[in-house]
Design a protein. Structure first.
Length: 69
């Protein structure tokens, strides 16, 4: 990373994101599969999401009512 403007972001697990949204982790996995939330796959079943990806998902879900209660 030579670019000094690049910021290293904390990565969140499926379980952490599920707790944030108060949903089952399988819901987060489904959002990832349907590409509703951007994720980073670290090989195998390891999935991580950045804070920016989570914020983008929130904005998009507010517009499209993705999260249903």
């Amino acid at each position: 990373m030579d670019n000094k403007n690049e910021e290293i972001q904390e990565l969140y697990t499926v379980e952490e994101v599920a707790k944030m949204f108060k949903v089952n982790p399988e819901s987060v996995r489904r959002w990832v599969r349907k590409e509703k939330i951007k994720s980073i796959k670290l090989g195998g079943k390891f999935i991580r999401m950045t804070k920016d990806a989570i914020q983008d998902f929130l904005k998009e879900s507010a517009r499209n009512n993705i999260i249903k209660k």
